[in-house]
Design a protein around this ligand. Structure first.
Ligand code: ADP
Length: 393
C-alpha cells in the first residue's frame, strides 16, 4: 500500500512516499520557494537526486507536479494507488492526544490553533487542502508534534502563572518534536530489549529539545508553550529569566514583535557567537580560537547536561540515553563533551565508538552505568505508520 508522508511549510513542501507496511521509501523530495520567485523542486529516486525549476504560485501546483512526477517515475500508475496522506502538524495543543483522520472539524481546529503556531499551522492547512483537492480519494491523517507530550501531568505542564492564563488563554507547556522523540524512544526500547524502560532523548538540531520518557510515555520535555524554551538552540535563547523581556522592551523601545524576533531569530548560538547559528561554523570558530564560539558551545553543552541531569533524577535513573537530529547525530565533539560531563552518573564514553555520524550506534563503554546511543531520527516513517494504522481502522 502506498502512503505519502507530507510536511508543508509556508513556502515549502517535503514529501516521502512509502510502500507499507514494509516501510520502504519509494521516492522523496522537496518543493521550495512556493509562492516566491525562482521556485524549484528536488526529487530523490533510486539513489539519484534531480532538481528542476518550476512555476509554483501555490502549494496546489506543487501537489500537481508531485503527482505527475510519481507517474513519470512509475512509482504509481494511477492516483487511486495512493491510499493515505499523513500530514505533519506542529501544534495540536491539548486537542489531539493522538493522530487522527482529517475531516472538516479537524481542519478547523488545526486552523484555530494557529495563534499558538502562527508560522506552521496555517501552512499545514494549506497543504491539507491542496492534497484534498488533487488526491481526494486518499485518507488524510494529521500527525501532531505535540501529541506525544500530552501524557505530561498537570504539575509538569502548568506554569506558576495566574491559573486563568491557562483556562482562558491556553498558556501551558505543549512541547514539540514529539514525533521524533517517540520514534527514538521506541527504537531505544527495542535496542535495549526492554519494553518498560526509562529513557532520555536528546533531539539536538537547529531547534532542540530533551524529553524524559517512561514506558513509552512522555513525562517531561524541555520545550514549553512555544519551541523557545529549554536548551539553547541555533537562534533561540531557550530558558531565560522572563523579566528580561519587559526590561529590554523599555530600554530599547522594541515592540513585542521585535523582541520576539530577537529571542527567536537572533539569540542562541548565533547571539552568543556573533558568527553563526550552525554548529559546524561554531566548531570551525573554536578551531580558530574564537572566544565567543568557545563560549557559545560551552553554554549549549551546559544546558543539555542540566536537562539530562534533571530528567535522570525525575525518572529515578535511566536505562538509556539517545542523541538524535543534526547535532546529536553528527557532532562527535559535542556528544563527547556532554557525556564526559555525566561521569558522576557512571556514564563512560567510548571514544572510538563515538567517532560516528548519522548511524545508529552505542557510544559508551560496556561498563557505562547508562548506555548512550546515536539514533538517527525518522519522523517521516512515524507519520506513514500512523496513517497506515488509521487506514486499517
Ligand atoms: P532542524 O531540523 O531543526 O532544522 P537539523 O536537525 O537539520 O535541524 O540540525 C541542524 C544542526 O545540525 C546544525 O547546527 C548543523 O550544524 C548540525 N549538523 C548537521 N550536520 C552536521 C555534521 N555533519 N557535523 C556537525 N553538525 C552537523
Amino acid at each position: 500500500m502506498k502512503i505519502l508522508s507530507v510536511n508543508a511549510g509556508s513556502s515549502s513542501l517535503k514529501f516521502q512516499m512509502y510502500e507499507m507496511p514494509e516501510e520502504k521509501v519509494l521516492i522523496s523530495g522537496v518543493f521550495e520557494r512556493i509562492g516566491i520567485n525562482n521556485s524549484l523542486y528536488t526529487i530523490k529516486f533510486n539513489g539519484e537526486k534531480i532538481s528542476k525549476n518550476a512555476d509554483l504560485p501555490s502549494h496546489k501546483e506543487a501537489v500537481k507536479i508531485l503527482v505527475d512526477e510519481l507517474i513519470n517515475y512509475k512509482v504509481i500508475h494511477s492516483l487511486n494507488e495512493i491510499k493515505g496522506i499523513g500530514h505533519r502538524i506542529v501544534q495540536g495543543a491539548d486537542k489531539f492526544e493522538r493522530s487522527v483522520v482529517i475531516d472538516e472539524e479537524v481542519t478547523k481546529t488545526i486552523s484555530e490553533l494557529s495563534s499558538l503556531a502562527p508560522l506552521h499551522n496555517p501552512a499545514a492547512v494549506i497543504g491539507i487542502k491542496a492534497f484534498k483537492e488533487i488526491i481526494p480519494e486518499a485518507l488524510a491523517v494529521a500527525v501532531f508534534d505535540t501529541s506525544f507530550h500530552q501524557t505530561m501531568s498537570e504539575e509538569t505542564y502548568l506554569y506558576a502563572l495566574p491559573y486563568n492564563w491557562y483556562t482562558d488563554y491556553q498558556v501551558r507547556k505543549y512541547g514539540a518534536h514529539g514525533t521524533s522523540h517517540k520514534y527514538v524512544a521506541n527504537r531505544l526500547s527495542e535496542i535495549i530489549n526492554k519494553k518498560d524502560c526509562k529513557v532520555i532523548v536528546c533531539h539536538l538540531g537547529n531547534g532542540g529539545s530533551i524529553t524524559a520518557v517512561r514506558n513509552g510515555k512522555c513525562v517531561d520535555t524541555s520545550m514549553g508553550f512555544t519551541p523557545n524554551a529549554g536548551i539553547i538552540m541555533g537562534t533561540r535563547c531557550g530558558d531565560i529569566d522572563v523579566s528580561i523581556v519587559p526590561y529590554m522592551m523599555k530600554k530599547t523601545n522594541l515592540t513585542a514583535e521585535q523582541l520576539d524576533n530577537v529571542i527567536n531569530k537572533q539569540s542562541g548560538l548565533l547571539g552568543i557567537s556573533g558568527v553563526s547559528s550552525d554548529s559546524r561554523d561554531i566548531e570551525d570558530g573554536i578551531k580558530q580560537g574564537n572566544e565567543r564560539c568557545i563560549l557559545a558551545q560551552k553554554m549549549f553543552i551546559r544546558k543539555v547536561v542540566d536537562y539530562i541531569a534533571k530528567y535522570y533524577v525525575l525518572l529515578n535513573g535511566a536505562d538509556a540515553i539517545a542523541f538524535t537530529a543534526g547535532i546529536g547525530e553528527n557532532s562527535i565533539d559535542i556528544r563527547k563533551e556532554i557525556i564526559e560531563k555525566l561521569a558522576v552518573l557512571g556514564i563512560k564514553l567510548d571514544v572510538e565508538k563515538n567517532n560516528v555520524r548519522g548511524k545508529e550506534q552505542l557510544i559508551t563503554t560496556a561498563d557505562s552505568k547508562v548506555p548512550c546511543y546515536v539514533i538517527p531520527t525518522d519522523e517521516e516513517v512515524m507519520i506513514a505508520r500512523d496513517t497506515y494504522e488509521l487506514i486499517g481502522k
